[in-house]
Design a protein around this ligand. Sequence first.
Ligand code: NDP
Length: 458
Amino acid sequence: MNVTNPATGKVIGEVPEDTPETIAAKLEGARAAQAGWAAVPLEERRARLRGFRNGLVGCKEDLARRLTAEVGKPIRQSWAELDAMPARIDFFLENVGRVMEEETVFRDAGKGLEERVAYEPLGVVANISAWNYPYFVGSNVFVPALLTGNAVLYKPSELASLTGQAIADLMRDAGVTAEVFTPVFGAGAVAAQLLTHPLDGVYFTGSHATGRKVAEAAGRGLMRMQLELGGKDPVYVCEDVDLDQAAPSVAVGAFYNTGQSCCAVERVYVHERIHDAFVEAFVNTVGAFVVGDPTDETAFIGPVTRPAQIEVLEAQVEDARRKGAQVPLGGRRREGPGSWFEPTVVTHVDHRMELMREESFGPVIGIQKVKGDDEALSLMNDTRYGLTAGVYSRDRERARRILSSVRSGSVYWNCCDRVSPRLPWSGRGHSGIGATLGLDGIRAFLQPKAWHLRAPRA
Ligand code: NDP
């Protein structure tokens, strides 16, 4: 399987693709190894995952260059992803013990009765991952899954296969065997093949469309399932903000990683009193973003990683134009090698337009004028997605009131496009099922076992 650099269109590497036979053999190996891994004392499992963490730190520069070469992430943003990894892994290392601790929930000494809850690993789980933040979305699953004693079959996106290979190598170097953490390489068909097997759980990060296929497969196999899917994340900018702070903050939230973040700002609603001034400040900020060679340290916007997404962006902009929108910045693909789309700002939009309804997942944003909080809230909730939502205002109570009524897994006051290892990450509706990160993101890999214990009569 070839790996292509989206900035240049050139093939930069090769990865062997799994077949139905190799997948079956890998699953068998994982099954055979899992009980032994679960029997390794937690302290030792932690030590090996700490070794993996330190390996990432030690190879940061190589890993960042590899990530930038295969997904086109601007190099500063590849460094930032790797720099954030130790804190994420540390959260799991520090908290897995207390989440796995057995507890006595009832005791009646007179009757010699005790009730306890213990937590066991699920067994062998599949981790099917996206390419946009392969270190984040992969490790959110495989680190807690391994720490809690599961074996993992890890299917990186075909677009991030070299990174997937590097992760697997670092695991082996840290003493997590190739059977306990097994990479599976290939495109969607390989993942679909993997899911025909009886697994103990599937943890998926990707689009809503693929998530539905995964849910069907998980339903057929009756396996534990978790879905971290896309979003159409709104931000509402109130009239009381400082534009010099709010406009650049929202612009970065919309265009970081070339707009290819699950929690990228995808819709902006602006109070009518400051709408025109906000648009001007926003367009100035976005117009100053450096677009270009992602290996160059000054680049902020790189190529669109999945070339087919360019057509989605073109269609959304065209649909919006046809229905009356204006495009004060960008709006077109860039000709030449690689897959590039101009940073694009679309105004005078409304919810008849695809741009305001379906995930763009690229460097395109729509800005809509609203009369006030009620209209903003109603538009923010006019979606089947529910990943994140933000309000920019000086007034914390006003933001709290609005955000309490927004249906989404995460809410932001005066910030956006932010993830914390300490907080659960979850989506509502079409944005997913279950949660990664936080303590919930550790429990997700455990099965509670109920112990009913009655002492024999003396
Ligand atoms: P895709 O849905 O295209 O792919 C996700 C993974 O599923 C890939 O490994 C893909 O393989 C695999 N896959 C493809 N077809 C199937 C199938 N039939 N059965 C099982 N697995 C399959 O998403 P992207 O990788 O393009 O990622 C972008 C999407 O992910 C966006 O919608 C984004 O919002 C979302 N996302 C959500 C996050 C969250 O935490 N909520 C975080 C990050 C991204 P291959 O790539 O090799 O085709």
